[in-house]
Ligand binder design. Structure first.
Ligand code: ADP
Length: 496
């Protein structure tokens, strides 16, 4: 463009959690990794988070108080402090209000709606009042920040600093939408007298929905895999929001998350028994033997060791595994499960552990170090999810040469290339339907390759380990979106 300026585009990334400060799920990983990757790709990125009292002391000590102001919330004015620290070259801003954020955990309180409405309004005030921010794009994530695109349009258009701010909203999990009584419109949001805004937030006769606000107001919508972007438009996956996703499909895009390639690297991983790489794959066997020993499984290299690592909830397709368990055990497959979750699922897997002796192990725990040993020691990772917005476990498994068996949904479909026995292509195995026999057929088919065709198996492992799950690939796609919203700013990265 003739009159465009070449400079770093300025992004404010808003989230309710980010590693290493606070993490309850995948959003924390994304907000911890993506900003640094965006910076490396040529953007100026800041992150804004609530200042929870349980953020580790070492980080709290590094924070500097840089501003305080009062945030208008309907009829009130609420104190807001802004603290700042630099972590890995990225500026992190923390919104401080002890009444809202001095709690034992991030979510699960009676006033969560008010807490995160405050956070969203504080983000807008910070953009207006902090001269150093100068935001081009406000990138919000999930329901906790979903009101910011609404507020910025309804309350801040007269502000010089906010007028040109474009908004991007990313859906990490559509199951959690932030649904509250419509009394909040007058008590907290200050939108009761704005029928247009209220109309977009209403989802029922007397309740409002924060995520619906962001889906209607944001300039661009994204989610964490291309397939999930398609699925969100279907009633089965859309959790009631599918009509909006269909209506706005022209601005909806799916971008597959990356994984932290330093944290998950079999060549440097200090938590595993024997380090290995794609050039020394034979060494992986030592990890399998150590894992079998640790978990009380029969130490037999010829048994395919299937691992499952994740939350034990219905989303993960555990009903199929429970149904197929006997058939798999009869065929001589070993299985090791690590996870916590719903009580009935935990009990079922404990029962299998007890029933199948040295062929099945279930660890009902959250244990990061053991998860590393399982990724390294397993032959196969099973992930038959009902839905999976992106999924990290399958990508981590591939990096460790542990081949995934997945259902074709969301990010599983986008990250695992199905084995083709004629060409040798592939990075794992896939099946289509939520059907236990189909899953077991697919898993036993993988075992068949493991048993009978070592050469093909090794080739699949090498291909899986070489797949690109870096954050830089995702960052590049986000940068295209930001620049699409600001055509007057030319990309800073001159190599393109
Ligand atoms: P989700 O975000 O739906 O829980 P993902 O596959 O996207 O699932 O991410 C799960 C992450 O949490 C993976 O890195 C996995 O290794 C880790 N994880 C899940 N459960 C456990 C557990 N019980 N112990 C250790 N790590 C776990």
């Amino acid at each position: 463009m003739a009159d465009s300026v070449r400079r770093k585009i300025k992004i404010l990334f808003a989230a309710s959690e980010a590693v290493p400060f606070v993490k309850t799920g995948g959003l924390g990983d994304v907000a911890g990794s993506l900003p640094a990757a965006l910076k490396a790709a040529g953007a100026k990125v800041s992150v804004i988070l609530p200042k929870y009292s349980f953020i580790p002391q070492e980080y709290q000590e590094q924070m500097k108080h840089i501003a305080d102001f009062y945030v208008p919330l309907a009829w009130r004015s609420v104190y807001c402090g802004i603290e700042k620290l630099n972590h890995n070259g990225v500026d992190f801003y923390f919104v401080d209000n002890e009444a809202y954020f001095k709690r034992d955990s991030a979510y699960g309180y009676f006033d969560d709606g008010e807490r995160f409405a405050f956070f969203a309004k504080a983000i807008c005030e910070a953009i207006e009042l902090l001269p150093e921010l100068q935001v081009d794009v406000l990138h919000c994530n999930d329901w906790q920040t979903a009101l910011a695109p609404v507020f910025i349009r309804e309350f801040y258009q007269a502000s010089e600093a906010c007028r040109n701010v474009k908004t991007v909203f990313t859906v990490h999990n559509v199951k959690f939408q932030g649904q509250y009584s419509d009394k909040m419109l007058s008590d907290v949001l200050g939108l009761a007298d704005n029928p247009t805004a209220a109309g977009q937030l209403y989802c029922d006769r007397d309740s409002i929905n924060f995520m619906k606000g962001a889906l209607c107001y944001s300039d661009i919508l994204t989610t964490v895999s291309p397939s999930y972007a398609g699925e969100l438009q279907m009633p089965f996956y859309g959790e009631g929001m599918d009509p909006i996703f269909r209506r706005r499909s022209n601005v909806l895009q799916g971008i597959l998350n990356g994984i932290d390639l330093d944290a998950w690297n079999p060549a440097t991983d200090g938590m595993i028994t024997q380090k290995y790489s794609v050039d020394s794959l034979a060494e992986k066997a030592k990890n399998k033997q150590a894992l079998q020993q640790e978990l009380g499984l029969r130490e037999d290299p010829e048994r395919p060791l299937v691992v499952m690592i994740g939350r034990l909830t219905n989303q993960k397709g555990l009903g199929l595994v429970r149904y197929a368990m006997n058939r798999l055990m009869e065929r001589g497959v070993q299985m090791a499960v690590l996870g916590t979750g719903d009580k009935d699922q935990e009990e079922a897997f404990k029962y299998f552990d007890w029933t199948y002796g040295d062929m099945m192990s279930a660890r009902i725990a959250f244990d990061n170090a053991l998860s590393h040993r399982m990724y390294a020691g397993g032959d196969i990772l099973l992930m038959p999810s009902e839905f999976e917005p992106c999924g990290l476990s399958q990508m981590i498994a591939m990096r460790y040469g542990t081949l995934p068996v997945v259902r074709e949904t969301g990010g599983l479909q986008d990250s695992v290339i199905a084995y083709n026995k004629f060409t040798g292509e592939g990075t794992g195995f896939r099946f289509a339907n939520m059907n236990a026999d189909e899953m077991a057929d697919c898993l036993l088919n993988a075992c068949e390759v493991f048993w009978t065709d070592k050469e093909a198996w090794t080739k699949l492992q090498e291909q899986a380990m070489r797949a690109d799950f870096s954050w830089s690939r995702a960052a590049d796609q986000y940068l295209d979106i930001y620049h699409g919203l600001h055509p007057e700013i030319a990309r800073y990265d001159q190599t393109r």
